[in-house]
Design a protein around this ligand. Structure first.
Ligand code: ZN
Length: 280
């Protein structure tokens, strides 16, 4: 978080990316502290055997390894961005000591989430730079696309709002209530930018938003709405790539991607599949 973190004032409102980077740092610190639990066992372990020529060597390795671990923890702890995070946390706690909502925040997986988030932001930057596909997306076309998808998927309610500048979708899938919001920013007649989020401040909602953000064909409204609908129609009970329900960060398949297959009459058909964020 060096770049963004160093400019943040402790106590100022942090955005989601800063909070995620801070959680990744805390997880890193926790891992270093956990590793030190082996410090004393590794020092005394050589003495549990009858003395032999390697006893002193093993003892010395245990001591040096433990000292290195303590020094590394000390260095990480004193790093300016970690100190800044701790100061921010203290200030935030003084302002509001109610920590009840933190019980819904997972304690692991932040290092990985932060890495993916950074990568997806890089990807979004690229998409924004090549927004103009020369494909006119006026209000009439937006209404037509919504009507077509709504007709094909009556179980999902798509609602256009704000003069066709945003579309919401809400439904229950796999016993989870999902709410999506798609925003259409029309800069002029030929340029538009589509953004979408799955509402929610915890996993798996955050991961769903990241998976949608890293979609191919970022400017294709029909493809984006079909992707949203696929969260209802494709059960994410196993990943199309690895076949498992949970990935390494214990997340369910939070991505939906389409694939072309050859159908019964030799025609191309689009099928949607569920995938883990890590399996994309
Ligand atoms: Zn997978």
């Amino acid at each position: 978080m060096s770049a963004s973190g160093s400019t943040a004032q402790p106590g100022a409102g942090w955005d989601e990316a800063q909070c995620m980077a801070a959680l990744a740092q805390l997880e890193q610190l926790q891992a270093q502290i956990d590793d030190l639990r082996l410090a004393i066992p590794s020092i005394i372990e050589p003495f549990s055997q009858p003395p032999n020529p390697s006893t002193f060597k093993l003892y010395s390795q245990g001591v040096i390894g433990s000292q290195t671990g303590i020094k590394a923890l000390n260095d990480t702890w004193r790093a300016p961005d970690v100190q800044e995070m701790l100061a921010h946390t203290k200030k935030s706690y003084e302002a509001n000591p109610d920590l009840s909502t933190s019980t819904s925040v997972p304690s692991h997986g932040w290092i990985e989430r932060e890495r993916r988030e950074r990568e997806s932001r890089k990807g979004n930057g690229k998409h924004t730079a090549v927004e103009n596909q020369g494909d006119r997306l006026d209000s009439e076309k937006i209404s037509r696309i919504i009507a077509e998808i709504q007709e094909a998927q009556p179980n999902v309610k798509l609602e256009a709002q704000n003069d066709n500048r945003s579309i919401t979708a809400q439904f229950v899938a796999n016993s989870m209530r999902l709410s999506f919001k798609v925003n259409i920013e029309r800069e002029n007649d030929t340029q538009h930018k589509l953004t979408a989020e799955c509402l929610g401040t915890s996993e798996p909602f955050l991961s769903i938003t990241r998976c949608i953000a890293s979609r191919p064909n970022a400017n294709d409204l029909a493809s984006l709405l079909n992707m949203v609908v696929a969260y209802k129609t494709v059960k994410g009970t196993s990943c199309a790539k690895c076949g498992k329900l949970l990935d390494d960060t214990t997340l369910i398949p939070t991505a939906r991607r389409s694939r072309q297959i050859i159908g019964a009459n030799d025609t191309l058909e689009t099928v949607w599949e569920a995938l883990h964020e890590a399996c994309l």
